[in-house]
Design a protein around this ligand. Sequence first.
Ligand code: CP3
Length: 350
Amino acid sequence: MTDTIATKPLLRVLAGERLAIPPIWLMRQAGRYLPEYRAIRERAGSFLKLCFAPELAAEATLQPIRRFGFDAAILFSDILVVPHALGQPVTFESGEGPRLDALSDPKALARLRREIDHGVLAPVYETIARVRGELPPDVTFLGFCGAPWTLATYMIAGRGTAEQLPARLFAYRHPQAFADLIGLLVEASTDYLARQFAAGVEAVQIFDSWAGILPADEFQKWCIEPVAQIVAALRKRIPSAKVIGFPRGAGTELRRYLAAVPIDAVGLDWMIEPGFARDCVQPLRPVQGNLDPLALVVGGEALDRATDNVLGAFAAAPFIFNLGHGVLPDTPIVHVERLIARVRGAARGG
Ligand code: CP3
């Protein structure tokens, strides 16, 4: 274990070390911008079938590692397999995003299982075991889950919504039922992450994509506290578990988040003010981020400038290079290559 931590760059940063060349990986590094991904996605028939087909999902996990040599591989799956395993089936309409049978009132919660069905998730654990055996020795293997608040927004609305109104209204109108749902998701997520570690991941990221939409009190109740509970319960089971938190849009609330949530590193979205993040967030924990995904779509000088700004802000302290959100489908592959060369070259002074 100590050996692994000593050799893998990303794990070294999670342990608090600053590296001259920051490790780099990208959220959504597997996906539609890669022709080899589109090919296996077609073979699988649907996105969800791909998530639950271990041989193909392992292949999707490894594709960006082979092509780009990233420092981390992230399990190919989706945050919405958790509601699926709680008895709320998910489908993905081509080009339209996820669809679930919306939990529109407190009575609908009775449709959910009380515990996550690990039988449904068995193919995910098998994917992890397959990838683990094939990863290059320097590459860190990341698992992940959605944070309870972000999962709840999809479960209640039954789809992605711009401002998460259905979930926010539900939380105000039915606070007890909403707290029960969040509690169920805390337990399910803890269990799910513990199983991912047992199957072979080395660190996990908790995606709270919609954290930034909540008022301060609600952010405390529905984002900070549940994620703090997950991390604490996970560490009871796996004391060495490494966790990256990503409360997207949290802004200045990140200080409060980091005071309460015992994560090892924090993801920064592209909207955060770099001076604030460097002076008030990075002294508290290693940071990961935060290139604007649109700069990667545009490429050229705009990409170079944005890359240099990120390195200039964060590379002097413990830092993992990443985007501020996922790779967009129309991202040209040559731009990703240019980004990696610049991060690894510039840091060497080249
Ligand atoms: O990062 C990776 O490469 C690992 C795989 C991964 C996916 N989704 C694959 C995916 C991860 C970590 C996620 C997380 C996820 N999924 C989040 C949190 C991060 C974020 O983006 O905010 C959320 C909110 C979801 C839910 C989800 N999945 C939505 C809203 C959509 C539709 C939007 C879209 O881009 O199509 C998905 C689909 C999805 N998840 C795709 C991939 C590769 C595209 C599906 C396809 O191939 O047709």
